[in-house]
Design a protein around this ligand. Sequence first.
Ligand SMILES: *Cc1c(COP(=O)(O)O)cnc(C)c1O
Length: 427
Amino acid sequence: MSTDELALLGGEPVIRQPLPHEVWPPPAGEDELAELARQRNTDISIKGNAGPVGALEEDFLRFLDGRVRHAVTFNSGTSALFAAYFALGVREGAEVIGPALTYHAALSPVFALRGDVVLADIDPATRCLDPKALEASITERTRVVTAVHQWGHPCDMDAVLDIAGRHGLRVLEDCSHAHGSRYRGRPVGTFGDAAVFSLQANKAVFAGEGGILVTDDAQVHDRATLLGHYRDRSRDAVLDAQLRAFWVTGYGLKLRMSPFNAIVARHALAAFPARKQARHRCLRHFGERLATVPYLEPVHVADEADMGAWYGYKPLYRPGALGGVPRATLIEALRAEGMEVGAPSGPRLGTLPLYSSPDNPLFPGADKRPSTPAPGSHAEHVEQHALSLPTFTAWPDDVPLIDAYAEAFHKIARNRDALVRHAATRG
Ligand SMILES: *Cc1c(COP(=O)(O)O)cnc(C)c1O
């Protein structure tokens, strides 16, 4: 038995470091813990936007280079997206166009407002909404286009804004993967009529649970505030008198952030620039090491893009260069070498019951158009070929681990024939 034998077939694994390899979110420092403790004995429910909640909103506007004027926190990114769709006028009969492959919460709140979602294909280079597919999907009922900056890649915003402008559509950016990403030097979240950043624990800037909506449009601000913040905050912050008349009840929901989450998020935001730089160094190094793996298509970053947070490292698998071995078998072999790897969480939205069943028990009697993504789409290709790898953040401490990952990929290439034979016996 050669020492190079695949671990899957009884050899020695390349990677010795125990899992998990992606450690996120990082632990709190003493100052953050002390601030959380102080908040416990001062104010544990903030009805307006005083204290850490208002401070987080101000921090966030600065984080976006002061290019938008309003920020409103919510108890989750999903809640903030719900508020954004309401604020942008989604209601019964309105259509929202979004990407066929993304996290469902980018679009699912549309259904709660009785709107319809139309799924358009992605551009395999940016992994975001393909502008041509977007334009082809527009109907007279389309009101909003949702640009999700998928896995940190900024969408082609010049094209999206041009199409939206010509068709009178409003643009919502979902920046939940893309804190700190920039397109042509400008932060994502400052291009559309509104933008949402999830601050959930997995995200690059995290509250634990939380989300933030930003906009430069006073009407969008007022309507989003009423959606999730009845009483004090709507009374004090909603400027439009006709809308402010609803301050006692708002839209009927309370979706505000707790001060504890705001404190956590402020610390994460302050630590973000250094973490971003470390992540970029790690992933540039990783990309260089993976460039010569014949069966991987490395992650492509467009010239006009700054990847900000990155959200997972997701190269595409080329089975043709590995004797047609199925992705699941490759993942099994990589895991046997000690790697933390999987298929990215999906699936394509068109396969989910909320999107695909015109007649569903959540909305009895509603006459929904099912979204039927074309087979052979780029969304399907990326869904079926992407590999999800850790977003290494510890520079330079992670370098030996990154090198071991690259070595494991190369080892598989050297043992291609053995893996093909193994896959064949598994049928
Ligand atoms: C995480 C995420 C959301 C939802 O945010 P929560 O804070 O988990 O509610 C929405 N869209 C995208 C793209 C996300 O990654």
